[in-house]
Design a protein around this ligand. Sequence first.
Ligand code: ARG
Length: 486
Amino acid sequence: MYRSRLGKNLGKITLDYVSSLNDDIQIVMYDILGSQAHVIMLYENKIIVKKDLKKILTGLEFLKKENFRKKSSSEDIHELIESLLIKKIGIDAGGKMHTARSRNDQVALDIRMKIRDDTNIICQCLLDTIKSLVKLAKKHQETIVPLYTHLQQAQVGLFSHYLLSYADALFRDLDRFYTTYDRINENPLGAGPIGGTSIMIDRQSTGKMLGFNGIVENSIDATTTRDFAIEYIAASAILMTNLSRISKDFSIWSTSEFSFLELSDEFTSPSSVMPQKKNPDILELTRGKTSQIIGNLTSILSTIQVLPSGYSRDLQQVNPSLWDTSHTVISALLIMESMLNTIIINKKNMQKAAEDGYLIALDLAEKLVHHDISFRKSHQIIGILVKAAHKSRKSISALTKLEVKNVMKGEKVNLELLMKLIQSTTVMSSLNDRKSQGSSGISEQKRMVIHRMKKIDIYQKEVKKRSNNIQNSLDNLNKKVKTLIK
Ligand code: ARG
């Protein structure tokens, strides 16, 4: 339709190479809504007359039911919609729809409308996943678990503490999407191909009708930039790395060797030959898909960094990575949420692992510090005890007074006091004594669970408000369309 000055049509292979129609299926509805708001603005600013407006709006309403998957010689959804409209209502009215805009501002608009919706969905899914983590944490405020550094047992901890650490990471992800949203939700429409238009349009009014917070003012910037999309994929990549790390922990902890937890059957896969297998394939896929999203981030960055200012067709290649990112992130979150809601926690094995090691060593060392022994000295004393206990294959508390006396020869230490501390320090007493803010201490778990629950509620209200705002604007636009075509 646009090839006015070009003599020849695109060949079959070239058309296939150029066309974005398959990917554009994701933005059809946004494109139609954007066109409706655009022509209403043209009418309200006396650029087109009511008769033509009515025809265009009616034609667009009709196109909402069109099957756009059919074969077509159009290069993209914008060309296809305009050509179908002209076919339906004629070029005199239909040809006016594209007044004072270009596909360059049009596609930027569609992308922004699509990913602001996806951002709201992701924020909601994140809230649901965080809620599952915090709820599980509430249930496991006294479930003892070893905490690891270097994948070696480090300190005794509580399972809720571990879960809340991921809740906090996901809160940061949520906040990244939440703040990116304001930069996505600005209207680029009316920027034209790059330099604006001589026709007296009202960009603010189109923006309002479509639920935007404002406009991307500079028309060069509005048509060129995809930085908001980079931010969106970057936030997605960071979020996926967090989900991937939970997946890694859970797949290790579901091995027979650990047996800290069991995944519900619906999140595991069997083997084609080994009947006993219950593989954590779904978790592994979250890890695998994370690499794919990192690939999408690399792809968008390397596309954008070579472009001169103004629209270039390379930008079309960015769109499928965006759609793929949304689809993957939303599914990964939905799966993580249900998996958390159905996971079986094997408290006994967690506790046993925590008690079998020498995890209270640091707690013991700190007890000596309370008795005015320097931390470095007390580190040495407890180190000697761990060595002795390890040698005689017992726990520190099972060491006899004689054994302690023997290994402490040459150390200036009050034996009575040391024995009292050894015998009174247990995994549980350590967790009761741990008081520092954000620690594994029992009292800290209670406080953090309540605080995180409140935080969920605050975000929940704001996220709901945003999707309601969009919904209200689009409902109003719809009402306006219905009244105008009556
Ligand atoms: N299909 C194109 C895209 O997705 C739409 C914009 C085309 N603009 C142009 N000047 N060729 O980016």
